[in-house]
Design a protein around this ligand. Structure first.
Ligand code: TPP
Ligand code: MG
Length: 347
């Protein structure tokens, strides 16, 4: 990151307030600063996790969402702690956007007792029901029917709460996706389906795997609105999310939002990026980075200056350092509890 971001700032716009992008009309400077902070926190958390993995402190694999932060944070902006989400194998960002503590996430990755799953679950199983996060899911498309079930429950209990289901483009070809969308529409459930289309499911491009040009086109088959947004533009994402949340809360049923985005890193730690060009990756990093774009917008509309951005960064660095330290110094699970808090069949 660094100075590049500041250099992108354009002169302050002179348009009237009604011409400002949605997020700048709808949220206060403090709320926008918090959104930027969360995007940083996701980025720095994942960079910290990546580094810890390289140093052998974390085992297994992980799927990084670096480059997709605006989608996680923008979708969460209109949600309250009472609203719920289901997440994916690439879910760190969703989790942090919904209010998870990075110290407990690092502890989980490090296999410590203080982690969200007491060190038993790792990267792909973090849940935090106190913040409405029903959990990540290693099964592609697995979270979608869970979200529909939760939304049915929210409707029956007349809670006014909504459920967001994040999933990838790969999941839109799973049967569970189609069954879940149909049922949610028939029953007008308060659920928002969010496809983070990053162009690839592992090494297969969406073009080669999906019959329609846009995942959002599939909404028509289930009589719900299908909205395509620039998934790297926080304001566009928040606008679509806000409309979908309003619709869901008022009993009008589900919406399918497709966030067009890109993952900067490989699919997982073993990916050698043979299926996409270096130029393609570099172009997204240099020209479409969601954090750079949001910072530039914030400066353009006079919401923050370079010093304000620096203060947020410094604050996030402090939080990440403290979180890693907490994880390192936390106790490992007790050997006597080896079969506790896991599915075991001792018969
Ligand atoms: C049901 C199922 N099939 C296959 C896999 C193996 N798998 C893990 S991630 C993945 C790709 C998913 O792509 P996408 O939904 O686009 O999400 P992204 O990784 O791009 O975020 C696959 C095929 C799985 N975990 N579950
Ligand atoms: Mg994908």
């Amino acid at each position: 990151m660094g100075d590049k971001i500041i250099a992108q700032a354009k002169p302050k716009a002179e348009e009237g307030r009604h011409n400002l992008p949605f997020a700048f009309r709808h949220y206060s400077p403090g709320e926008l600063g918090q959104a930027l902070r969360k995007m940083y926190l996701i980025r720095r958390f994942e960079e910290g996790a990546e580094e810890s993995y390289t140093r052998g402190l974390i085992h297994g694999t992980m799927h990084l969402s670096i480059g997709q932060e605006a989608s996680a944070v923008g979708i969460s902006l209109p949600l309250t702690d009472d609203d719920m989400i289901t997440s994916t194998h690439r879910g760190h960002g969703h989790c942090i956007a919904k209010g998870a503590e990075v110290s407990r996430m690092f502890a989980e990755f490090f296999g410590k007792e203080t982690g969200y799953c007491r060190g038993r679950g790792g990267s792909m199983h973090i849940a935090d029901v106190s913040k409405g996060n029903l959990g990540a899911n290693g099964i592609v498309g697995g979270g979608i029917p869970i979200a529909v079930g939760a939304a049915l429950s929210m409707k029956k209990l007349k809670t006014g709460r909504v459920v967001v289901s994040y999933f990838g483009d790969g999941a839109n070809n799973e049967g569970a996706f189609h069954e879940a969308l149909n049922m949610a529409s028939v029953w007008k459930l308060p659920v928002i389906f969010v496809c983070e289309n990053n162009g690839y499911g592992m090494s297969t491009s969406t073009r080669r795997s999906t019959a329609v040009a846009n995942v959002a086109d599939r909404a028509a088959a289930y009589a719900m609105p299908g909205v395509i947004v620039d998934g790297n533009d926080l304001s566009d994402v928040a606008e679509a999310s806000h409309a979908a949340v309003e619709r869901a809360r008022h009993g009008e049923g589900p919406t399918l939002i497709e966030c067009k985005t890109y993952r900067h890193r490989g699919h997982s730690k073993s990916d050698r990026n043979r299926y996409r060009t270096k130029e393609e990756i570099e172009d997204w990093i240099a020209n479409r980075d969601p954090i750079q774009l949001f910072e530039a917008q914030m400066q353009e509309y006079g919401v923050i200056d370079a010093a304000g951005i620096e203060a947020i960064r410094t604050d996030v660095e402090r939080e990440i350092e403290a979180a890693i330290e907490f994880a390192k110094t936390s106790p490992a699970p007790d050997l006597a509890g080896l079969t506790r808090d896991v599915y075991t069949d001792l018969a």
